[in-house]
Design a protein around this ligand. Structure first.
Ligand SMILES: Cc1cc2nc3c(=O)[nH]c(=O)nc-3n(C[C@H](O)[C@H](O)[C@H](O)COP(=O)(O)OP(=O)(O)OC[C@H]3O[C@@H](n4cnc5c(N)ncnc54)[C@H](O)[C@@H]3O)c2cc1C
Length: 284
């Protein structure tokens, strides 16, 4: 179907994007890579009167080294995230996961910021951001603010970004001395996660000193597997200890039942995939 008519604004800066959103009012929408938004418009599930394209905003197209963290612009494509040297070197969990998103055509157009702001429960990038306690830099008419990952993902397809705001960039800590892995379960070669697990662990002298785990598609937003993190921390980095800790991965989760899997099977997957992801992150 052809989308309903809309005005198109190509923003040259973050300020221009915010000004266009403010002047467009409630019916304006940010356009990133268009891989999720355009199908919605074509199905006429949404009909914004103004689209504000941020794909050419230079500030949002940068990846930069901030010392202990990497700042990834919201308009950086999934393909660029997958291959950028700063990301592959310092946040390999993000580059590995980017390589599992959709197919090459979608990765070349879709953006990191679009994936996070779209906030699809089966999206892979939000779980990585959640596991790493990323910070989201948001700009609006009142200025700029930073939102912690735990406050960014609010509900199904809903984030803390307001209607007149733009996600500018995402700050992720460098994983120096950590191992990491994203384990994704899907039925066809390139598809959305039925369940996914983002894991990062720091092993010291044969023990797990720190662990961060987030689950994809186990609730309306990414879910931190806090009980697994607590059970792993201070314990041996062995297959037996990881299996025992992973048994609680589904505790407190509320996955949906749909045509791909029922809630019970998703909870089973969460336990199995957490074990696999942590083992790989720990180098077993
Ligand atoms: C067939 C198919 C398969 C896919 N498979 C996967 C998969 O396996 N895993 C996965 O994680 N994703 C998958 N995706 C989603 C894909 O990664 C999308 O590109 C992504 O979800 C949205 O990114 P985008 O830049 O295209 O955003 P857009 O489609 O442009 O926008 C999506 C939403 O985010 C908002 N938005 C975008 N950028 C900003 C910004 N900077 N500030 C504020 N709001 C913004 C828009 O207003 C809109 O509401 C798939 C998509 C398709 C079509």
């Amino acid at each position: 179907m052809i989308p309903a008519e809309f005005d198109y604004v190509k923003a040259g800066s973050v300020d221009e994007a915010v000004a266009a959103l403010v002047s467009g009012g409630e019916d304006s929408k940010v356009l990133g890579g268009g891989q999720s938004l355009l199908p919605v418009l074509r199905l006429r599930l949404n009909a914004p009167s103004v689209l504000v394209d941020v794909s050419g905003v230079d500030e949002m197209r940068q990846v930069s080294d901030e010392g202990s963290s990497i700042l990834v612009g919201a308009a950086v494509t999934t393909y660029e995230v997958m291959h950028h040297e700063l990301v592959t070197t310092h946040v390999p969990l993000l580059s590995q996961t980017a390589g599992l998103v959709a197919d090459p055509a979608i990765r070349h157009r879709g953006t990191f910021g679009g994936s996070c702001t779209h906030a699809d429960p089966s999206g892979d990038m939000p779980s990585v951001a959640s596991a790493l306690d990323a910070e989201f830099l948001v700009a609006g008419p009142g200025g700029r603010r930073t939102v912690a990952a735990k406050d960014f993902f609010v509900d199904f397809f809903t984030t803390a970004v307001g209607l007149d705001e733009v996600l500018v960039a995402v700050r992720l800590p460098k994983l120096t001395g950590w191992g990491s892995h994203y384990e994704k379960f899907h039925r066809t070669a390139q598809s959305w996660a039925i369940v996914g697990v983002a894991a990062a662990v720091r092993v010291e002298g044969g023990s797990i000193a720190e662990a961060r785990i987030a689950l994809t598609n186990m609730g309306p937003t990414p879910v931190r597997a806090s009980s697994v993190e607590a059970a792993l921390t201070g314990g041996p980095a062995t297959a037996e200890a990881i299996a025992a800790a992973s048994a609680s991965a589904a505790d407190g989760t509320s996955p949906t039942t749909d045509t791909h899997a029922d809630a019970e099977f998703r909870q089973h997957l969460a336990r199995v995939l957490t074990k696999r992801a942590v083992e790989k992150a720990a180098g077993l």
